[in-house]
Design a protein around this ligand. Structure first.
Ligand SMILES: [Zn+2]
Length: 426
């Protein structure tokens, strides 16, 4: 079977043909008559035809059942081909889907809802459209972002100002929540996609079309440069999404830091970019392994990360004044959640050790003995030079303090000051 149209694109059982009317008609007849060879029958009731003037096809039987689609509404494999009505319709459809999803996510626990929104619904549902259609200039993306921001605020129960939303919409490694803004992402996604598919486009399209300059790429490049005020990525990196988006996020990250007016805000932003500081945002909320946070814990974690209002100003039980950010709770000596976090951390480590089938027991009944020696029973079967128990010393050891540095409470302690009497032999 040979098709003669100037453009022939096939994907699974979808075929797109473009060319003069007679050639396309002949190709369709060829496809329809080849079903015994290909095993595919043409369903003309689901076929689209797009052209400037449909009056020419009224007398052609081949096209009589085809759906007539105006040029502005034309889509290819779910992607709008030109800016205009089709693009607006596609974005509005995504906004409606997002609104419906957020209405349902409000019924879930905050951690579950945040995880689903971040990894399955917000940008993952929109990314195909952003990569395949030049919608960086489309104002409907603003509406999409507003819907997302409003939904995120409701799910987390925190108010997000412009700066806080800007930070939330950055990747986790760049101090954000990983709930990306469509407006911020669109130019980078399209430019990376255009560069990575350039060779394929030139292979598919006839020379008369592929030799033309792509005006959509030029306009989006201008938009990208206008936003970042930085040079474009090198030729060998232009197909990498991160090469474009990384510059945009870097620009916004520095913008947020420059707007921070207090030392507390600057410290918060620098801390938020520390390694592993945002790992909890990647963790799936699985209750059985203790990774699921309560609604209140999620609200406070997000509020502290973004600098949101966390509570009403009040006086703490320890006597200190607590401002709207509620930071006193992180250092308050009478803070009950602080003890809970400590216990929770021990519990997670204990479960990890048990999972490896290493015999261990959780925290000893009494931590200090009357003679100031460490309690026995922190480890049943220690490995060479290691402690596996759950006491404070073992926790420190697991986080990088080697045994012996804290004065000889392991049977292999080699610190000179540690007397034999102080050593614990299990
Ligand atoms: Zn306090």
């Amino acid at each position: 079977m040979t098709l003669r149209s100037s453009v022939k694109i096939g994907f699974v059982d979808d075929v797109t043909l473009s060319g003069d009317l007679q050639t396309v008609e002949q190709d369709i007849i060829t496809i329809a008559s080849s079903h015994t060879v290909t095993g595919l029958r043409l369903n003309t009731a689901k076929c689209d035809i797009t052209m400037d003037d449909f009056t020419n096809i009224d007398t052609i039987d081949t096209f009589k059942d085809f759906i007539r689609v105006p040029k502005d509404d034309m889509t290819l494999l779910g992607a709008p081909v030109v800016s205009g009505n089709a693009q607006d319709t596609a974005i509005m459809s995504k906004i409606d889907d997002l609104s419906r999803a957020i209405d349902r996510l409000k019924l879930l626990h905050a951690h579950d809802a945040l995880f689903i929104l971040k990894n399955s619904i917000a940008i993952p549902k929109l990314l195909h459209l952003l990569r395949t259609s030049e919608c960086g200039n489309n104002q409907l993306l603003r509406k999409s972002d507003d819907t997302l921001r409003s939904g995120l605020s409701t799910i987390l129960n925190v108010y997000l100002s412009e700066d806080q939303w800007l930070q939330a919409s950055l990747p986790v490694r760049d101090r954000g929540l990983g709930i990306r803004s469509a407006q911020m992402l669109a130019p980078s996604a399209f430019l990376a996609s255009a560069a990575s598919t350039l060779q394929l486009q030139q292979f598919i399209l006839p020379y008369t079309i592929s030799s033309l300059e792509d005006a959509s790429v030029e306009s989006i490049e201008a938009l990208w440069v206008n936003v970042t005020d930085l040079p474009e990525p090198d030729a060998e990196e232009r197909h990498i999404h991160k090469a474009w988006d990384g510059q945009v996020t870097k620009h916004n990250r520095e913008l947020i830091l420059s707007r921070a007016s207090t030392d507390i805000d600057k410290a918060r932003l620098r801390a938020a970019s520390s390694p592993h500081f945002g790992d909890w945002l990647h963790a799936p909320p699985i209750s059985t392994v203790g990774l699921r946070l309560s609604d209140e814990a999620i609200r406070e974690a997000v509020a502290h990360r973004l600098g949101c209002r966390a509570c009403e100003p009040h006086t703490c039980v320890c006597g200190k004044a607590v401002d709207a950010r509620g930071l006193n709770g992180l250092s308050c000596r009478k803070s009950a959640p602080r003890q809970q976090r400590y216990s929770h951390m021990n519990d997670i480590i204990f479960r990890a050790i048990k999972r490896e089938q290493v015999p261990a027991i959780n925290k000893p009944v009494s931590f200090m003995r009357g003679d100031n020696k460490r309690p026995d029973g922190t480890t049943l079967l220690p490995g060479p030079g290691e402690i596996f128990g759950m006491g404070r010393d073992s926790t420190r050891h697991l986080f990088g303090v080697t045994p012996g540095q804290h004065c000889g409470h392991t049977w292999r302690c080699s610190q000179p000051s540690c007397t034999t009497e102080n050593r614990q032999v299990l």
